[in-house]
Ligand binder design. Sequence first.
Ligand SMILES: C[S@@+](CC[C@H](N)C(=O)[O-])C[C@H]1O[C@@H](n2cnc3c(N)ncnc32)[C@H](O)[C@@H]1O
Length: 674
Amino acid sequence: MSKIDTRNGSVPKKSNYACGRCGTVQDILTTVKASGKSGPVAAYMLQGYCPGSRERSSAYGGRFFAAVQNSAAFDAAAREWEQRRDRDLAPYWPRSELPHGFMTHHLNGGIPNHGFTHWWTMFNPRQLLVHALLLKAIHQVGDGKHRWEAREYVLGAFQQYLRNQCMLSFWHRAKDHFAPALSNGNYHPKDVSIECGVFCRIGYGPWTSSYSGLPESVDWSADPWELVSTEFLQSRLAPKEAADLPKSKSVKVRPEDPVLPRSTIACGSATDLGELADGTFDLVVTDPPFGGLVHYSELSDFFYVWLRLVLKDRYPDYFTAPYVPKTLEAVSNKARQPEDPDGYYRKLLTQAWKQAYRILKPGGILAFTFHHAEDAPWVDVLESLFEGGFYLEAVYPIRSDETKGEGEFGAKQVEYDIIHVCRKRTDDPKPVSWALMRRQVLEDIKGLKQMLELHQKAGLPEADLQLIRCGKALEYYSRHYGKVMKANGDPMDVKDAMAGIRVLLDEESLALKDPPPAACDGMTRQFLRMFTGTDHVARDQVQKYLRGTSLSPSQYEERGWCFEKAKVFHMTPFLEIARRWHGKPRQHLASDYDQAAFVIGACYEGSNISVKETLSNPKFKAHPALGELVQWFADHGPNADLRKAARQALVHLRTWQSKQVEIKDAQQKLNLES
Ligand SMILES: C[S@@+](CC[C@H](N)C(=O)[O-])C[C@H]1O[C@@H](n2cnc3c(N)ncnc32)[C@H](O)[C@@H]1O
């Protein structure tokens, strides 16, 4: 058996390689770019599966690796491809270049610089042969024996298979298995491309696995199901019924809502629903794109250029164009709109909302989901929604679809969704002052108290409750959109309104029994709200807390206040923060949080850091909130050690403060005497 030593290799550091002959280390992209082609590749390793080994409970569940010693099959496929590519397979592979785009030309050093100049260059000769043969078969096999609809149906599997079998499909090191191209919604070139066997009977990736979902989709359309969390069902069912639930995380629940035969599918831009009559719909449900999170049309080209080859004669209106239409795409794209990508996105989104407004009946409902980790796109979406004539009736935070959390197409960084329910504003908004609105909002939120307490008892986390309150406040704001006046008489925009609402909710301590000291900086207050009585908070909760504050978790990480581990944010221990400041100029120790963390950290047993020294350093300027903040930690610190150190720090602070007073008095006396 040959051995593979994975410790040696020709990749000494990321994006570099060492020349096999002379050992010179060079940047891969520089070299590939000079060659004008994609990087040379060679088969390195095979992965196999041995059922016998699995039965014997061998390591790695029956899977094994073997060095590639014979490339005859690959070479034969390459020869066949050369012979047939311009003959019988000529109509079945795309020739077009990658059009200029953000994903293709702005990211990853420009994909064409990696040699991916045309869509076919993303596949090796064997992959091209496989795809062209499959596409030809789907198009022609059996002549009139198969209905065209059946061929289209199989094309759905072919489209999936393109992702599985290309030079961008790769070995996922952390997960130790195959992963399809575009898993992260980009064209990032891969350094460990893998090919799956086409007709392997096991594993995810082969053609066999790509079409296995087809019959399932037919079953689903006749009798659809949704996944519901077992935990949720357990809390709702009687104990006897709950005991019968399976042990899995989720259960299939059937809403008995099959796809009806008279449904109509149309392909067009939501900015132009021209054929749909005014005021005729009860409900519009949508899942709009968010900012520049995913560049759908640029990513779709990867599939479209293949599919159009067999669809363009049948559907000339949709598949004649060489690429996916992009002009009306609501996306913030720097390649197409270099001047103002976000503005363009907002403009198109507003047009789409206006169309939805037009076709809805006066009492109709618009519902849409929102999933984005950043705040700015949410403000954009709300702003364009209100511009489009809608007001927000309610928001419902929900757990994200679990399949989205694992780097699936598009929704990678997102932990949760918000469902927005909106109605048409039918009257002109009436002017209202922000001051008056604040009072109304507070009254109403108090009215929600009972309902929210019930949710809280049922286990809804505080961050979710806060989002519901925020939604309620936004309802008011959106009803008066454009006419909510600030004290100076200017209308309040959505960004300001969100910030105001957050402060309002905080100030009235509706959410917190023990609000952080009012004298603290805004950034510190938000941080303490999240970490009241705890030193760790789940990432999705942090994102929800920060919604509408213009703050992001990364800002806290950059300051070294917390760090993320396994989707949970942990407060950086104060002792660590105190040690970090060792030997650093004290004038930089300026933020209220850093100062409090320092003096408390220094009071931990065995810290060997002198609080007194720092306090008496003339360059150290105590923040006005320092005393209150340390007191807050002494009362609400997440653990006994921290609270004890904070109490100790308070003693130091008070001694120092009284000394400051003494010095001041003495100086004043001196001044008077002289
Ligand atoms: C968040 S995705 C929807 C994903 C979908 N719910 C799913 O689960 O597959 C947003 C979609 O809006 C589409 N889109 C962008 N601009 C559009 C427009 N002007 N009209 C209609 N759809 C548009 C994008 O192409 C993308 O497919």
